[in-house]
Every structure is written in structure tokens, then in C-alpha cells.
Design a protein around this ligand. Sequence first.
Ligand SMILES: Nc1ncnc2c1ncn2[C@@H]1O[C@H](COP(=O)(O)OP(=O)(O)OP(=O)(O)O)[C@@H](O)[C@H]1O
Ligand SMILES: [Mg+2]
Length: 382
Amino acid sequence: MADVKLTNVKKQYDNGFVAVHDFNLEIKHEEFIVLVGPSGCGKSTTLRMIAGLEDITDGTIEIDGTVVNDMEPKDRDIAMVFQNYALYPHMSVYENIAFGLRLRKVPNKEIHKKVTEAAEILGITELLGRKPKQLSGGQRQRVAIGRAIVRVPKVFLMDEPLSNLDAKLRNQMRAEIILLREKIRTTFVYVTHDQTEAMTLGDRIVIMKDGYVMQVGTPQELFNHPANLFVAGFIGTPQMNFFDAELKKDRNGYTAKVEGLNVKVPKHIADALDKRESVPEKVLLGVRPENLILTDSGESIGASIKVTEMMGSEIHIHAELPDGKNVIIKVQIADLDDDQQNEMLTRHGIAFRIRERTINLFDPEDGRNLAVSDAAAVPTNE
Ligand SMILES: Nc1ncnc2c1ncn2[C@@H]1O[C@H](COP(=O)(O)OP(=O)(O)OP(=O)(O)O)[C@@H](O)[C@H]1O
Ligand SMILES: [Mg+2]
């Protein structure tokens, strides 16, 4: 069993700056956890504390039920891959992968077995004789990962391992990390600021901002039920739209009035609202661009088109409401023929409605999702 538990973990650097406040997380055996958030939110600091490369100011970190607060990194049975993986330029790929094992005085025969196995898993067997400068970026990356997996550690820590690669290689390596994960069953903690990596790799995602955990959940939970405005805006492209709305309750349930349009509040939100002590009248209604539906009839919101972006299989319409508010609508166009697509791309005005079951309601005061209990407030930089 290699579970990792962080309890009330805090990091205050020597200059007094608090990089991580009260971090709590139980990582299950063989779980793939992704830490994601904007630059400076404390991802690397958290990872380095798990690795033991950074002292913790407060709280406890346990690996496999043992408190490791004061345990040396080398005794924690972890492996780490950094963004700036440095390979030894004068050594072959084989020797680069074998290096850590040689330091540990592992017998040659065993080293050979482990290096060939790791090379097999990573598909770099034919590169073992080469020097790092004879490799592509993605191949070097694989060698760096190879160096880490020869040991099958209890916990595998990765800090933005793909951020130096171009978009195509990054996609390819992302898929390879998913495969790697199938082959070596261990616990992963993976840091990225890329939401696509987070969504595709994580069993669960931890979203951080300014040293605070904003939400922990599966990709689907975060996407469909973001705990606050920060998470709602961070996950998903283009960004979720937010509208001022007025919330009313009558015998048929709750209705949110947006730009003159009555939006029926779905049952799961209505139930959550009924459980609250108070329900604000003014709320922010969040709805993703793909859940604004163009319509020619019925109740709708009208907008004038400012910019239309052709993305290939979909278009992003940037439009403006009569009150000057901007809105983004994502339209799938795979089903439209060329003439219909052209018509769509040359329009000046549109009318849309809101796919009601997909909405989220937020408290404009603290940014919390009104239907997510225990939602974290968005920190304000006072
Ligand atoms: N040694 C240090 N002393 C003081 N402050 C530090 C130190 N190291 C990092 N910080 C600060 O702590 C905060 C968190 O840093 P950290 O490296 O954990 O961020 P990050 O989320 O990994 O960001 P990035 O995506 O840019 O890598 C930042 O504001 C950073 O400036
Ligand atoms: Mg970092």
C-alpha cells in the first residue's frame, strides 16, 4: 500500500511568504492525482514537500501510514521527474537510466534487467546506445522518466514534465503517460498548469490558487460542478459565461431571470438551495459556451456578433448583449454543409437559449457555488 496523506500542511518560506496554507488531501494507493493551478499557486512547493526537498512548516505528511516529516528524501521511496530533466550528456541512454541504480550498488545483472524493462515500457530500446544530444525532446523526456521508473517507487512525483515540449509531442507524451500508468501500478502526483493535461490524466484533480486548495474532485465533478467561480473559469475553454441573474421561488420551484429570460433551475440545484439557511436573490449564473443553444423561435436572448472564430469542427461566436455584456457561444458545425457553415460564419446577429440542466449558480459575494456544500471561497488578495 502506498497511500499519501497530507494533513494541515503549511509552507512558509524563510522570507515569511506563505506559499501553501492548510493543505489537506488523502491520496489513495495507485491513484493518479494532478495538482493544477496558475503560476505561483504552490504546486511545486507541495510536490517538493511530499518529496522531502522542502521542509514543512506545519502539519503532517504520511506515506504508507508513516509520518515522513523528518525523513530524508532518499528514504521516502519516491521518484521525481522535473520540468528541466537534466540528462548526463557524456553518458549513453543506458547509463543515464542505470545511473541511480549504480549509485545504490545494485548488481550489474539486475541493473541490466531493470534498464531493459524500463526501455521496453517507454519504447526506447533501440536508443539505449545513443547519447542524449542524439535524441529528440520527447525521447529525452522518456529517458528522464526511464531513470525514475527503474525503481518502481512507492510514489511517483512529476513536476510539469511535458512543459518543454511542443504541442504535438506533448499530446503524444500525455498519451504515453496514460499507458505508463497502466504498466507501472503506483501512486502518482503530477503537477501541471495545463487544464487539458489535468483533465485527461487525473483520477482526481486538486485545483489551487494562491496557496489554497479550491476544489478536489474527478475531472467530471470539476467540469460539471465547479465549487466556485475560480474553478469554473479555470476549467474549460472557452471560459464559462457568467450572467447576473435574479433568483425567485414560487410553487413550481426556482427560476433565474437572466437578460429577461426565465431559466428554470434544475432539480439538483433547487434541492441544494432548499437545504441552505438563506438563498441570495442576486446570483451569478454560469453556463458553458457549448450550452448556449442558437434558436430561431421561442424565448431567447438576442445578441450581436462581434467576432466569429472558425476552429475546424466548431465555431466560437463572440457576441455582445444589448447591455454591452460579452458572451461566447460554441457551435458544433460537423453536421452542417459548407453553405450552412458559411451562413453561420457571416451572420450579424443571433438569438440563443440556455441549456438549463447544465447551469451553475454562484454567490456573487464570495464566489461559492450555491449547490456545492463545503465549497471553498475564492481568496481575495487584500
Ligand atoms: N524559496 C522561496 N522563498 C520564498 N518564496 C518562494 C520560494 N520558492 C517559491 N516561492 C514562492 O512561493 C509561491 C509558490 O511557488 P511554487 O513554485 O510552488 O509555485 P507553482 O505553483 O509551482 O508555480 P509555477 O506554475 O510557476 O511553477 C510563489 O509565489 C513563489 O514565488
Ligand atoms: Mg512549479
